[in-house]
Design a protein around this ligand. Structure first.
Ligand SMILES: Nc1ncnc2c1ncn2[C@@H]1O[C@H](COP(=O)(O)OP(=O)(O)OP(=O)(O)O)[C@@H](O)[C@H]1O
Length: 591
């Protein structure tokens, strides 16, 4: 575990941790020597040799004083190292996570990362402060005692050395049994936590379905499972701990038997025997103390493993040296036979097995034009947008901007080229103005307000008590979905990047605001724009429309051309228009 702990630190941070470890070993040896010195003291006392006893007591007092000083120094150093480790691990995790592909931040990884950065890091940095000491003492102090015992009576020393593997095996068996139940307890607790949050968040749905009072089956099951594994932990855990206690007591008893037989055979004096038996009890103390900390150590070990897993996730490879940059400031986008499958989607090579998100997509988006991506749900529209922003690297083919493969463009440069507005808008818990300014931190107040006006954020600011300086709450909680989208659009407008990616960016706007925002976007001339919109009337004026199906562009042309071709797009267009014409009539039904 100590090796694993050092492996998650970089060389600079591992140095103080190694220094602390060295101090700890000194302390554990001194601790053992203090116990060993009890033997000559007791032997002299039992033999009635007071002057020798006083001499040994003086030596014992001196070594005890040094031990106390080393104990104090290593404790303070341990806390200091622990605090420094917290900072170092947070920095290391932060730096590494910042270099991971954007696609990594999906599913429950963000939640798990949050948990790891808080409790996980604290558990790990508790190692130097609280846990490594007993661990080192459980090995070094008994070893010191066993070596010292050799000088007093080799036969008892041999009995101790032979007993050590028995204690070790007892410890391993106990740990293995406990680990299994601890994993079950962890999984059951995580399941219960998730279900409890789900239960609270979905109260409206559960009440609407009349399920609030009858209970939520998944939560009931999670409670039941927790009870089951809790009971199993008691059934397995208590005998397991007992097994360890028995193995320790067996060794102590065996050494006692050896000592007593030696005394009965007159090859060991009774005073020596008593003194050595005191030493034997001190031999097992640190081992028992460590076993009691087993659960905390295993928790730290699990967190260490998870931290290492994040640190070992390969970051997006950055181009080496003078990387290719889009040439001529003409930012056209090209998909050249792009194949891509999400993790777990099958066909990891993006093979056209019908399950890949993009299966050989090839098309061009000319610089300075507007292209709309249209297609049924799941056809790969958002994937196209994410691959331009290099959320992931493609499995086959290439995505190019201005002729340069996005993999050859340094991430910072690539991000500067793109102003994205994605489906899930996240706003920071800051003011409206600050949230827009993220698009271009150097923008003047007038520029921020102008971008806000173009995205119709001025209406929101006028309504709120503190105007542009109103805070939007965590994730933009005090704004409606449409309002959050407008702030996010203002951010993209302010960024003034040559490529604008809009993934359902106006889906939550009411018709009046949608028209206004569309007009504002139309004034952003000279940009290469890629738009995904479910409301087809917002894209009829696009320079080209790409109709995607099953991860492949099946039709490309203008609105008029595609209608004239009377193919997939034309059918899609007619179906959408028919759906828009639906209205509910009295007496039920739709027409
Ligand atoms: N993070 C993900 N992990 C695994 N599969 C994914 C992920 N995101 C999308 N997919 C799958 O990839 C395929 C393409 O998804 P994509 O989101 O690109 O479709 P879309 O056309 O944008 O759909 P929609 O119009 O419903 O937003 C779908 O089959 C989808 O289930």
């Amino acid at each position: 575990m100590i090796r694993e702990f050092l492996s998650v630190l970089d060389d600079r941070d591992a140095k103080p941790a190694r220094g602390h470890l060295a101090l700890l070993v000194c302390y554990a040896v001194l601790h053992g020597i203090v116990f060993v010195l009890l033997v000559p003291v007791l032997r002299a006392l039992f033999a009635g040799d007071l002057s020798t006893a006083w001499t040994w007591i003086a030596v014992l007092a001196g070594v005890t004083a040094v031990t106390c000083v080393v104990h104090y120094a290593q404790s303070m150093y341990g806390f200091d190292v622990g605090l420094k480790m917290t900072r170092a691990l947070h920095r290391r995790l932060g730096d590494h996570v910042a270099a991971l592909p954007l696609g990594w931040f999906s599913g429950n990884r963000v939640g798990r990362l949050g948990q790891l950065a808080t409790t996980g890091v604290w558990e790990v940095t508790g190692l130097p402060a609280h846990l490594i000491r007993p661990l080192v003492m459980a090995v070094v102090t008994p070893a010191t005692i066993a070596v010292a015992m050799l000088f007093f009576d080799w036969r008892m020393a041999l009995a101790l050395v032979l007993g050590a593997p028995v204690i070790y095996v007892g410890y391993r068996v106990t740990s293995r049994l406990l680990v299994r139940t601890e994993h079950e307890i962890d999984a059951a607790a995580a399941e219960f936590g998730g279900r409890a949050v789900e239960f609270a968040q979905n109260q409206a749905v559960l009440r609407a379905c009349g399920r609030a009072e009858s209970g939520y089956r998944a939560l009931d099951d999670a409670i039941e499972r927790q009870h089951e594994v809790g009971t199993r932990q008691i059934r397995v855990g208590v005998p397991a701990l007992l097994l360890f206690a028995v193995s320790v007591q067996l060794v102590v008893a065996a050494v006692f038997v050896v000592g007593v037989s030696l005394a009965l055979g007159a090859s060991l004096g009774v005073p020596e025997l008593l003194a050595l038996l005191v030493l034997v009890t001190r031999f097992v103390d640190p081992i028992v103390a460590t076993a009691e900390l087993g659960a905390a150590m295993r928790a730290a070990g699990n967190s260490l493993g998870r931290i290492r897993e994040v640190l070992e996730t390969p970051p997006l490879p950055e181009p080496a040296g003078d990387a290719a940059l889009p040439g001529g400031e003409r930012f056209d986008i090209e998909f050249d036979d792009v194949r891509f499958a999400y993790e777990g989607q099958g066909g990891g090579d993006g093979a056209a097995d019908g399950r890949a998100a993009l299966a050989g997509a090839a098309f061009r988006i000319p610089a300075g034009t507007t292209t709309a991506l249209v297609g049924p749900s799941g056809s790969g529209k958002s994937t196209v947008v994410r691959l331009i922003a290099r959320f992931w690297d493609v499995d086959g083919g290439a995505v190019r901007i201005g002729g340069a493969d996005v993999r050859d463009i340094p991430t910072e440069r690539l991000m500067a080229l793109i102003a994205p507005v994605f489906q899930d808008v996240y706003l920071f818990d800051a003011t409206i103005e600050e949230n827009i300014r993220i698009g271009r931190p150097t923008a003047t107040e007038a520029e921020v307000r102008e971008a806000g006006r173009l995205a119709r954020v001025d209406e929101i600011a006028e309504r709120l008590p503190d105007g542009w300086r109103s805070r939007v709450g965590e994730g933009g909680a005090v704004l409606s979905g449409g309002e959050r989208q407008r702030v996010s659009l203002a951010r993209a407008i302010l960024k003034d990047a040559p490529i604008v990616l809009l993934d359902e960016a106006t889906a939550a706007l009411d018709p009046r605001n949608e028209v206004a925002v569309q007009q504002s976007l139309a004034t952003m001339s000279g940009r290469t724009k890629l738009i995904i919109a479910h409301r087809l009337r917002t894209i009829v004026h696009a320079d080209q429309i790409i109709f995607l199906d099953g991860g492949e562009p099946v039709e490309i042309g203008t609105h008029e051309q595609l209608l004239a071709a009377d193919g997939r797009y034309a059918r899609f267009w007619r179906d959408r228009n028919r759906a828009r014409g639906w209205r509910l009539v009295k007496g039920g039904g739709a027409r």
